[in-house]
Design a binder for this molecule. Structure first.
Ligand code: MN
Length: 732
């Protein structure tokens, strides 16, 4: 191909753009072509043709897809940054940042794909490709690029052909399918098959050739018959038939273990009409003309496929006894079927009908729905691949894909490979550059971990940096095992400071007769074991100190109880019967003590409660949601007075509790509330009201209940009184 031919070919392209995209800025497109032309200069493709024919062909495919001016320009320039002197900045300066970004994106995808991928990694890789393309046009151009490369593979080496074909079959064709780019998908599959199984491909190709005359006759007849019939009834339509694509026949032969001659439905016909109503009309006529095979009718108009594909499908049998499929669709559906989401560039009116199934591509639909009124270009610009927002995909230096939680760092990456890699890690490189440990990984990053046998192991700070639980657990494991000494020291440090915070001293707790039995109860041999546990993070210092505090209080109380016998006024009643709860309350470590219920929060059995050792009046029981409890629980001088209590056998006792009922005021309201309570056979101790603002009123009641359950059911009943909007329990 001479330069003259190249220019001629470009002029053709320009002509086509003017027809299909009259508002496109031809000047701009032409200067992109000129730039690509001069940048690629004398570069040649493997077949000897000027390199420029490749970007030109990619642009042709993009134009055929109906994409916009920017996409055409980016397609023309798509190999410039990677393969020529032209830089990102050059492109940005001449054509704007957006174009430069798209071109850069296409280049990056190239680097990402590596044919040595394991099958198991393919799905990750496909996801990553989609996730990486911030602008969907990057994927479209990549598809055009790949399609042209596959079409012109003849001059590549055998090995390269296989590699590229495998990549195409495993990565690009599935992506085309997902995006609904049917036509490109088929062509990619057939071209891949040609290189992956040339014999199988040829067998089908030859077989079809042998039947060609017969097939053509069949296709022509059916096509003619349908067209004729639809004309008669006044339906304007375009009908065409074809033999199905080779890869789909190939798959059928293999999965059903059949010979080509045994595969009946080799043919597919399309009827394209103007609107949806006519689709169903046509279906009626087809079924009148040919016998439908039961169970083969599919209504993808009513229920579009997740990739937005819409059509009516039916399989029928003609007079010759040969089954064939008929697909009936509108022109708009046809474009969507051929070019997938690219079609929506032009047909931004969106898809008709709704689908609820298969959430996978719901995001595209959502975007389509929400963006219908906005400019089509805007739509594509904002169509971010956000479906994998919580995952990030990165590479090992061997090009294995790793999926990590979003926000992951090189440390997470290292531990995802192996604990030893994490433990010996001394540094990390991302895309060849040294990065700090807390560097946040991005999709497509190539991550390399630098390790050293001299490494002192992970740092405790890492626990605050990592985001994956895998890394966190492995780091803890390491501290547990490897660094006992350090753990002890570290654990003692946090224990001491926690102890100080709680107002205790080491002298308070280190009496042997107190400490030894306690450690044993907590399953530690020595205090060092406990420190070590705190040190590696298996136990929180706060929890341990809280436990110590409680145990100490009980220990002290046991001593105090001896005094109480002599002097009951200090707050504890004398021991009558062991372990008998007073008013249904069991005070931990104390058999009998004075118990009263706090007025501020009026607990009932079933509430989460805590006890407060009052000065001289025994233990006062509060709900844990009580403001008084929450206020003083962490105060230095008060916190020690809070103790664990629980509900024991309440022996059918009644507990008074107070409620505030917020209402819209009306005549007879208080009466109605009282009636409901009475109806529940609940004792009402007190009732009072206070009007708040305009027409609102609070009714305060005190009732006696046996349990939280009873209280809750009373609350539900009172809620149903007309005018009642909210019921709150007293919480101090
Ligand atoms: Mn290319």
């Amino acid at each position: 191909m001479t330069m003259e031919d190249v220019r001629k070919r470009y002029d053709e392209l320009e002509k086509k753009i003017k027809e299909t995209n009259p508002t496109a800025n031809i000047e701009r497109i032409r200067s992109a072509f000129e730039l690509a032309l001069s940048a690629h200069g004398d570069q040649k493709r493997k077949d000897g043709s000027p390199y420029i024919t490749h970007p030109l062909a990619a642009a042709e495919i993009i134009v055929e897809m109906g994409l916009d001016e920017d996409s055409i320009i980016a397609a023309l320039l798509h190999d410039c940054i990677e393969d020529t002197e032209v830089t990102h900045e050059d492109v940005a300066r001449l054509f704007g940042n957006k174009i430069a970004e798209i071109v850069e994106g296409v280049t990056k995808l190239d680097l990402v794909v590596n044919a040595t991928q394991e099958e198991a990694q393919m799905e990750n890789l496909r996801k990553m490709l989609l996730a990486m393309a911030k602008d969907i046009r990057v994927i479209m151009i990549k598809m055009a690029d790949r399609l042209h490369n596959m079409r012109t593979m003849t001059y590549q080496s055998e090995a390269k052909r296989r590699t590229k074909a495998l990549e195409t079959m495993q990565i690009y064709a599935p992506i085309a399918h997902r995006l609904g780019m049917q036509r490109i998908k088929w062509e990619l599959e057939d071209l891949s098959l040609l290189y992956l199984d040339p014999v199988g491909y040829k067998e089908i190709e030859d077989g079809l050739k042998k039947k060609q005359e017969e097939s053509q006759k069949f296709v022509d007849t059916i096509q003619e018959n349908i067209t004729k019939r639809l004309n008669e009834v006044g339906i304007k339509s375009t009908v065409y038939g074809r033999v199905k694509h080779i890869y789909s026949i190939y798959r059928k032969m293999y999965t059903q273990n059949k010979l080509l001659d045994e595969i009946m439905d080799l043919f597919a016909f399309r009827v394209i009409v103007d609107d949806i109503a006519e689709c169903y009309n046509v279906l009626g006529y087809i079924h009148e003309m040919y016998k439908p095979i039961p169970g083969h009718f599919k209504d993808y108009i009513g229920t579009p496929k997740p990739n937005m594909y819409q059509s009516l499908h039916t399989t029928v049998i003609g007079s010759e006894g040969i089954p064939f499929e008929v697909q009936i669709r509108t022109w708009e559906m046809h474009h969507t079927a051929e070019y997938g989401i690219a079609a929506h560039w032009k047909y931004k009116a969106g898809i008709q009908g709704k689908t609820d199934d298969e959430e996978k591509f719901a995001w595209i639909r959502r975007l389509l729905e929400s963006q219908q009124d906005s400019d089509a270009q805007d739509f594509f610009r904002t169509l971010k691949m956000d479906m994998f927002a919580d995952e990030v995909f990165v590479f090992t230096p061997n090009a294995d894909v790793r999926s990590l939680p979003a926000g992951a760092t090189p440390i997470d990456f290292a531990y995802s490979i192996h604990s030893e890699i994490g433990n010996k890690m001394t540094g990390a490189k991302v895309n060849g550059r040294i990065v700090p440990f807390n560097h946040v990984l991005q999709n497509g990053d190539i991550v390399e971990i630098i390790t050293s046998n001299a490494s002192k192991g992970p740092s405790r700070d890492w626990l605050n940096i990592v985001v994956s639980s895998e890394a966190r657990n492995k780091i803890r494991q390491w501290f547990k095992k490897e660094r006992k000494e350090e753990n002890i020291a570290h654990g003692k440090l946090s224990f001491d400071s926690e102890l100080k915070r709680s107002g205790l001293t080491l002298a308070d707790i280190s009496k042997d007769e107190f400490m030894q039995p306690l450690l044993k109860r907590m399953n530690y041999q020595t205090i060092d074991d406990l420190y070590a546990a705190i040190g590696y993070g298996g136990m929180s210092a706060h929890k341990v100190v809280t436990r110590f505090k409680e145990e100490l209080r009980q220990y002290a109380k046991a001593a105090q109880k001896e005094n109480a016998k002599l002097n009951p006024q200090v707050g504890f009643v004398s021991k009558t019967k062991a372990s008998k709860p007073i008013h249904g309350i069991v005070v931990e470590g104390v058999d009998n003590c004075l118990v009263k219920f706090a007025k501020c929060c009026t607990p009932v059995p079933g509430d989460d409660i805590a006890g407060f050792i009052t000065r001289g009046y025994g233990v006062s029981i509060h709900r844990k949601s009580c403001k008084n409890y929450n206020k003083t629980r962490d105060e230095n001088n008060e916190s020690v007075r809070w103790i664990n209590v629980s509900w024991g056998d309440t022996n059918g006792e009644l507990y008074p509790t107070s409620l505030e009922i917020m209402c819209r005021d009306r005549d007879g309201l208080v009466m109605d509330i009282a009636t409901v309570i009475n109806g529940l056979k609940i004792k009402l101790d007190a009732i009072s009201t206070r009007s708040t603002n305009e027409g609102r009123i609070s009714v305060y009641i005190t009732i006696q209940v046996h349990s939280l359950e009873e209280l809750n059911s009373a609350i539900n009943k009172i809620m149903s009184v007309r005018g009642v909007s909210e019921i709150k329990r007293n919480e101090g």
